[in-house]
Design a protein around this ligand. Structure first.
Ligand code: GDD
Length: 404
């Protein structure tokens, strides 16, 4: 048997995701019409002999309760949310719940970061790991900038690991997908006790060590990368699995729009039934990959796509044009409005003949336009390359602005 653990983090981690993380935990933000965490979960479903999926985080339990029970029913596999009492780091969180994770006595544990967007080649990774042996396998990808992994080209052993290097170390980046044997728990335990010993050596009590200005993390805060991958590299314990497929990290709203498009195009192969246009029930003109929630009402003369994702209860009026955008629950886009390279927040409304648009540079601060929750754009108003915080009404056009 195997189990999967998805690290979902907590509220303090979502700051770069504002204003979209104000009232929705980032892991539940919809990409291609499905919560972000749904994509790794449905990839886990394809692993054979999977006993359970755990989400570990420090968001409030109630924020995940509904989601976790509906996805468990839908996929017919137990999905459980395990709430940390405080942030313990990616390895510390895993260790904290070791007894629950080991309930089914799994031979392998998949560990996935929730904020990566890729094709999740988990079964291939497991096969590769079994060939390599050792305590774990890390998936890797060719980096755009500086990579952090150095692997042996023949044996694929992880030889060296530097977290977030500022100069060239290698051209391989850690993709945030791992497979471990239960030995990982011993490794984390070793790291924590080593720290404790060091603190004691310095004649500090644990309490003083926690207060020490030189120590930024508590003793039980263990990071997977710096504290586990770095020290265990080059010891024939860790290996790398290199993928050639798409891979992105979802740290900003701009990247969520890009990743929504990547997942929509993947639906062509994995879930074509989720894409609009194929079944003839949506009569609007659909261009490219588009998701429309069944409860949304799209006027037949609207033109939608490519890369558009329309959530529940959205209404799109006659003659509206939507390109490269995420439209969240309960939004109204009125007649002849245009939305391009933008994210439109829950319950917002875009007036007749208005335009909400941006250049579409996913990495620029104002490269996509974002309307927070319940923003009203009045008729004939143009909003370009701007971020609008929740509950604002715009009756004048704006460009390159953050409206607070
Ligand atoms: N439960 C829990 N508790 N989750 C956490 C915690 C924690 O204390 N800290 C981080 N996470 C979750 C985040 O939500 C995210 O899904 C994942 O763990 C990794 O987050 P970080 O540790 O903040 O790392 P990062 O995303 O900046 O970078 C790491 O992952 C990248 C790939 O996703 C590094 O390992 C990079 O080198 C790597 O490329």
């Amino acid at each position: 048997k195997v189990v999967a653990v998805i690290m979902v983090g907590g509220p303090t981690k979502g700051t770069r995701f504002r204003p979209l993380s104000f009232n929705t935990p980032k892991p539940l933000f919809p990409l291609a019409g499905q919560p972000m965490v749904h994509h790794p979960i449905s990839a886990c479903k394809r692993i054979s002999n999977l006993a359970q999926i755990f989400l570990i985080g420090f968001f409030e339990e109630r924020e995940f309760t509904l989601y976790v029970s509906s996805i468990s029913n839908e996929l017919k596999i137990p999905v459980r949310y395990l709430k940390e009492d405080k942030p313990r780091g990616s390895a510390g969180g895993l260790y904290y719940f070791r007894n629950i994770i080991m309930e089914d006595n799994p031979s392998h544990i998949f560990l996935l970061n929730c904020d990566v967007c890729c094709s999740f080649p988990l079964t291939d990774m497991l096969e590769a790991h079994k060939r390599y042996g050792g305590m774990g396998t890390v998936s890797a990808e060719t980096a755009n900038q500086f990579g952090e992994l150095v692997a042996d080209p023949i044996t694929k052993e992880l030889l060296h690991y530097t977290e977030k290097p500022e100069t060239f170390v290698s051209d391989l980046i850690n993709c945030g997908l791992y497979i471990f044997t239960p030995d990982i728990f011993t490794a984390i335990q070793e790291v924590s006790s080593h720290r404790e010993d060091q603190a004691n050596l310095r004649h500090l009590s644990t309490f003083e060590a926690l207060q020490s200005p030189t120590r930024t993390f508590p003793l039980d805060f263990v990071r997977l990368d710096q504290d586990i991958l770095s020290p265990f590299a080059g010891k024939k314990q860790l290996y790398t699995y290199e993928t050639m497929d798409f891979w992105e990290q979802i740290k900003t709203p701009g990247m969520s729009l890009k990743c929504s498009g990547l997942y929509l195009s993947q639906f062509r192969f994995t879930s074509p039934d989720l894409l609009a246009g194929g079944d003839g029930t949506k009569s609007a003109l659909i261009v490219g990959d588009v998701y429309v929630h069944p409860s949304a009402k799209v006027h037949p003369t609207a033109k939608i796509g490519p890369n558009v994702s329309i959530s529940a209860n959205v209404r799109i009026g006659a003659g509206a044009r939507l390109i490269n955008c995420i439209v969240l629950d309960d939004v109204e886009v009125q007649e002849n409005a245009v939305v391009i390279n933008s994210i439109v927040g829950w319950k917002s409304s875009i007036g007749k003949w208005s335009r909400v648009q941006a250049d579409g540079d996913y990495n620029a601060k104002l490269g996509i336009t974002i309307l927070g929750e319940a923003v009203m754009v009045e008729d004939e108003v143009v909003v370009i390359n701007s971020i609008v915080l929740p509950n604002k009404t715009l009756n004048l056009s704006v460009q390159d602005e953050i409206i607070l």
